[in-house]
Write a protein that binds this ligand. Sequence first.
Ligand code: ADP
Ligand code: MG
Length: 368
Amino acid sequence: MERRAASAYRERFGEDPELVASAPGRLNLIGEHTDYNGGFVLPCAIDRRVAAAVGRSGNELYSANFEETKPLAGEREGSWADYPRGVLWALRAAGHEIPDFRAAFAGDVPLGSGLSSSAAIEAATALALDALFELGTGRKDLARLCQRAENEFVGVNSGIMDQYASLLCEAGTALLVDCRTLEAEPVPLELESAGLALLVCDTRLKRGLAKTGYNDRRTACERAAAALGVAELRDAAEEDLRRLSGEERRRARHVISENARVLDAAAALRAGDFAEFGRLMYASHRSLRDDYEVSTPELDAFVECARESEAPGARLTGAGFGGCAIALVESSRAEELERTVRNSFRDSGFREPAFYRFLPAAGAEVVR
Ligand code: ADP
Ligand code: MG
């Protein structure tokens, strides 16, 4: 991708870029709907990236994926240019004096599949500009600037996980993120040497109720926290559940148990115990399906196929209501699971899914 971005820059602008930076997409391994409750998430970077080739002359943006050139200056317009423009806006808003520049992008993170190509293009842009203009900004600060770009310029209300994963992950590790304190800690995830891989199943369905469902879950969590007298459900414990009932109780049970599972999952990985890690993934899925009620028949079918083929773990990933599920699989059996899932989906009349296989990859980096 770095080479593709550099050659796109040369073809489009007729000179070499000064430097290239690239940043990966991400997968959340466990910890769903915990971020807005002040809890924990455990994402890893994937081996698909967006690269940004940059130089100090000119003032244009080019995407090889969209085969389109846009002016650097501009307001939000609902196009891909919003992401790099948003990052420039956030850097300038933070007090950095950044002159005009030009950039060419090339990426192989699937767009709009929940693998966070948006954070990848933001992080690649931010790191490239940080290096080009020698800003000396730390990775965590760059991540927060990228989040601000996405929240306030692009207009998508997302947490810090995607940008943290893209900028802070290291190869062969996952990243345990405390969404309250914004502390982050690498956790070993040496899948390749264990003969394991991550299989993603994109159901290519986004249910209409995704937005209202998400907002309903958030307000139920707020009600539960208020009823318990805590700031966020992060501060509640299992025994508190007795004091709740109905919807609030089920939603809170998911959040409280999920936070515990993330910490247990990190401990399992540190101990190299993939069997335990996988069990926690299945438990996470059950909780998301039964207590949080954000799964779909397609996501459930994928997880069921994974269980029947004895994959160590599987769960829906992302907010639910469609989107993706992941399985931790023995690499040698990933293809077989794909086939089984394809057949099962066809028999059930579901839309044909897309599959991706990933290994935990390095975070953003600058290539001179
Ligand atoms: P996701 O983050 O799940 O991939 P989003 O809708 O949040 O989905 O972000 C996808 C958008 O990010 C794309 O539609 C495009 O605007 C932008 N984007 C990602 N990669 C590139 C790229 N290589 N070139 C230009 N824009 C990109
Ligand atoms: Mg996104």
